[in-house]
Design a protein around this ligand. Structure first.
Ligand code: NAG
Ligand code: NAG
Ligand code: NAG
Ligand code: NAG
Ligand code: NAG
Ligand code: NAG
Ligand code: NAG
Ligand code: NAG
Length: 819
């Protein structure tokens, strides 16, 4: 009885099994006609004939999800040859091939399985894989043919994406032509095994995106590919096969990866609650993922205003093209390699996506030191890197120009780029410079004042006999001025240089004292700013200026050579600028003629660079607060130098704005928020810069501008002309014959952007410099601040510009707090 029951039980089980398998399989000579379907054992997938949405006539044989409300096709047999009616039949032949026949029994698609089957069976698996195998073959891994070897646009879990070297099959994705057209589109995404394997996405034959080579954790160009709760992934590379595969962590999740008709690699996850496919990630993230955007030796950094830059040790090949955002020609070495001489070395670049690996060779068992030696020996080697970043092992060697590099930061990896010895050197130098600029401003102030005072003390002790000696030592120091102190000049030295401060040497008189021209005994010309003995403000400005400018070095900033502190004397010694100030040129009937457009344009760009340096590159943000034509000095080649740091303020770190109750600056150049509320920031300097640009172009002063038709000031006038598309009427008569229209238009436009009323609307200096140097589209400017002329009673003549000899018009307003 028990035996009989057991027999019944077994029969029931086997009946159950046979019915369930019979649904998912097709045996020899069986066929599926249009309207019939086959469903996998656990009903995950279904196959049969279908028409894509919105395409009622074309019929295809394919596989789609069975349990998802949105019909989502994952594989199509006859992609290129649709059936035009409902008469299609899929037959499993005796010899183990699947053929798709049309009404006239013509074969329009065939599985082309080579090994002739022996009592073949076709089965749709729960993975979405359609396999053909021999009925007697119980090995689950053996098959005669499988649809996973011929994917369409969809990469499913447990599919091997890659190359089967043994059978010579490359399993890659081909996009659909359109959402409703499964025929092969333009885009393909496949492993390329030239050099170290990487996955290249092509449009036709042109590479458009590189996922990069596998680095042990992920593909180098897919920083988003991270361990997650949904799927695990891995990479295999040996003599027999090369593939990438992912597996579901649990089979309740439904996810697929596709190559979209538009050429984007996307992963979707089915959301049961909303009954929708949710885009989980796209492989291509931004512009920097466009293959080779920055050309050979270019580096793309999406966080920069201008995405492309050159690798360290490289220069733009055609700077003109770069300025027009045409980067494809990339960069060239500053110094050629000297392979035979053996003096070359490597620069380690970190945080990168690896360059294209098609022209590489590799050896997984080498370590990094062996790799370096190997690269050094091979004159064709341009760079090396490790293959597996987990263990920093393996050796990958580039044999051609490095292309398609981008910056990822912490998700990137190290590349060692071969470099001529001279470039290895210059890197060390550059590092030093940064330190020299930054540290002295922070620490230097105290040191500096201490030094000055110490010297003063010594001087008092020893009286005048030693001053020449001190001067000499100080001068020796000045030439190698790297260590943080400002050279100290003896009073006598300056007195001799300025013929005892004679009127004949006087260049002018600023608010806080006179300025003299001098000549040192060795013939060097200097300008001496002598601060008034009495004025407390004079002393404040003196200290401030010393603090701010002591260690700033930029070719568009005036250079402070030293100071002199003796008894109650406070003097600053600058290099002498023979061409005096911009003021004395652009507002002078006669001299302005010598400033043609190219010189003026050069001056605008120079001021912008100098200001950029103050605002950004000098680490401590320095806000000048008194930028005006008379504070722009011109060297002998008419290059602008920003001067007079008496009112400058530095700001630490991320702070960008500050408030003062003592508003000081120059009327006509001050931003509204500063004049009215005492708020200064880099943006108030930008305002002043904008005023300068418009003054340089027009040759007119903003303050005191007069026009017959209106009582707007220069800013209002420029804005009005711009709004009427007549901005070229603004330009100075004297540059009518020399100006470049596109440059002038752009400069006026940028000037107006800088003088906008609200600081947040104004561009910052990095952007201004980019705008000036490129063709990027500019936003429309809003209304300028202070565009009508108003007189303020508080105006006072208190300027201390060193080269401003005539009128000075610095404004000083003190806001008193009510008690
Ligand atoms: C499909 O199968 C049916 C029944 O098994 C048979 O009558 C028909 O001829 C077959 N069609 C083809 C094209 O083999
Ligand atoms: C899900 O996975 C479990 C365990 O691996 C397996 O027993 C079950 O059949 C799977 N279900 C489907 C629908 O594949
Ligand atoms: C089908 O057509 C409808 C209406 O024209 C459109 O809204 C829908 O997006 C189309 N679907 C596809 C897959 O093209
Ligand atoms: C298998 O059989 C079909 C139909 O009989 C035939 O068209 C096809 O050429 C055969 N294929 C091979 C590889 O023998
Ligand atoms: C069947 O396919 C053949 C070859 O592609 C073609 O010549 C024929 O017109 C098709 N018949 C029908 C009814 O579509
Ligand atoms: C299968 O088709 C591919 C191209 O579609 C062809 O290169 C290959 O030789 C075919 N294999 C067989 C066994 O017919
Ligand atoms: C790879 O490097 C190892 C260790 O240096 C060496 O023994 C081996 O021959 C190299 N293989 C190839 C193919 O060069
Ligand atoms: C370097 O490259 C050139 C051209 O591709 C090739 O002819 C030469 O053999 C290479 N040299 C080495 C050492 O690989």
């Amino acid at each position: 009885m028990a035996a009989f029951s057991f027999f019944l039980f077994i029969t029931a089980i086997s009946t159950l099994l046979s019915t369930s398998t019979s649904i998912s399989t097709l045996t020899a000579n069986q066929n599926i006609t249009d309207g019939e379907t086959i469903i996998s054992d656990h009903e995950a997938f279904k196959m049969g004939f279908f028409s894509p949405t919105n395409s009622s006539t074309n019929r295809y044989f394919g596989i789609w999800y069975n349990r998802i409300s949105v019909t989502t096709v994952v594989w199509v047999a006859n992609r290129e040859t649709p059936l035009t009616d409902n008469s299609g039949v899929l037959v499993l032949n005796n010899n183990g091939t699947l053929t798709l026949l049309n009404r006239t029994k013509h074969v329009i698609w065939s599985s082309n399985s080579s090994e002739s089957g022996n009592n073949p069976v076709a089965q749709l698996l729960d993975t979405g894989n359609l396999i053909i195998k021999n009925a007697g073959d119980t090995n689950p891994d053996s098959y005669v043919w499988q649809s996973f070897d011929y994917p369409g646009d969809t990469f499913l879990p447990s599919m091997k994406f890659g190359i089967d070297f043994v059978r010579g099959i490359n399993k890659y994705l081909t996009a659909w032509k359109a959402d409703n057209d499964p025929s092969p589109g333009e885009y393909t995404n496949r492993f390329d095994s030239d050099g170290y394997p990487q996955i290249l996405l092509r449009r036709g034959s042109e590479v458009v995106f590189n996922s990069g080579p596998w680095n042990g954790l992920r593909f180098s160009g897919m920083p988003n590919l991270r361990p997650n709760d949904i799927y695990t992934f891995g990479f295999e590379f040996n003599e027999r096969e090369l593939y990438y595969r992912y597996e579901l962590v649990n089979n309740f999740t439904v996810t697929r990866m596709i190559l979209s008709p538009g050429g984007v690699i996307q992963r979707f996850i089915w959301i049961e609650r909303t009954q929708e496919w949710n885009l989980y990630l796209s492989a291509q993230m931004d512009n920097c993922d466009r293959y080779g955007l920055c050309g050979p030796y270019g580096v793309c950094n999406i966080n920069e205003n201008q995405a492309c830059g050159c690798m360290r040790g490289f220069d733009e090949k055609f700077p003109e093209e770069w300025r027009r955002a045409d980067w494809t020609n990339g960069c060239v070495r500053k110094a050629e390699l000297d392979c035979a001489g053996g003096s070359d070395g490597f620069v380690k670049m970190t945080g990168l996506k690896l360059p294209d690996t098609r022209k590489t060779r590799f050896n997984a068992s080498m370590n990094l030191e062996e790799c370096e030696r190997d690269c050094l020996r091979d004159c064709n080697c341009t760079a090396y890197a490790s293959i597996d970043i987990r263990t920093a092992s393996g050796c990958l060697i580039w044999l051609d120009d490095l292309i398609d590099v981008r910056v990822y930061g912490e998700n990137g990896q190290d590349v060692y780029v071969k470099m001529a010895a001279s470039e290895l050197h210059s890197k060390a130098k550059a590092k030093m410079k940064v330190r020299i600029i930054v540290i002295p401003v922070l620490v230097g102030v105290a040191v500096l004042l201490g030094l000055c005072l110490f010297a003063l003390y010594r001087r008092r002790q020893k009286k005048k006999g030693v001053t020449n000696l001190v001067r000499a030592t100080n001068f020796a120091k000045e030439n190698e001025r790297e260590e943080g102190e400002l050279p100290l000049f003896a009073f006598n030295t300056i007195a001799i240089a300025t013929k005892n401060f004679s009127d004949e040497c006087k260049l002018g008189e600023g608010g806080y004292g006179p300025v003299y021209k001098g000549m040192l005994v060795e013939g060097k010309e200097i300008a001496v700013k002598r601060h008034s003995r009495k004025s407390k403000q004079g002393l404040d400005e003196f200290q401030n200026e010393v603090q701010c400018i002591a260690k700033l070095q930029h070719r568009n900033l005036v250079r402070l050579l030293g100071c002199c502190i003796e008894e109650d004397e406070r003097m600053l010694i600058y290099e002498y600028m023979p061409n005096k100030s911009l003021n004395s040129f652009i507002f002078d009937e006669r001299k302005r003629k010598s400033l043609d457009w190219s010189k003026r344009y050069n001056i605008i760009i120079g001021i912008a660079r100098g200001l950029l340096y103050l605002h950004q590159d000098s680490r401590l943000r320095i806000i000048h607060r008194d930028l005006k034509a008379s504070n722009i000095l011109l060297d002998k080649d008419m290059n602008p130098r920003i001067s007079d740091f008496g009112l400058a303020r530095s700001m630490e770190g991320s702070k960008t704005e500050a408030n003062t109750r003592r508003v000081m600056g120059t009327y006509g150049y001050m931003a509204p928020e500063y004049t009215i509320d005492g708020i200064y920031s880099t943006k108030s300097d930008v305002f002043s810069f904008g005023v300068l640009v418009l003054e340089i172009i027009s040759g007119k002063k903003n303050r005191g501008f007069r026009h017959a038709n209106h009582d707007l000031n220069l800013l209002g006038h420029a804005w009005r002309l711009y709004r009427n598309a007549k901005q070229l009427d603004l330009i100075d008569e004297n540059i009518k014959s020399s100006y470049v229209q596109s440059q002038v238009n752009r400069a006026i436009h940028i000037g107006l952007l800088c003088v906008q009323k609200y600081p947040e609307d104004r561009p910052d200096m990095p952007l201004v410099v980019v705008m000036l140097g490129s063709q990027i589209p500019l936003p429309e400017p809003n209304q300028p601040g202070f565009y009508t002329e108003r007189r303020r009673p508080q105006e006072a003549d208190t300027s201390s510009s060193i080269h401003e000899w005539s009128s000075s018009n610095r404004l000083s307003v003190t806001y008193l707090e009510p008690r």
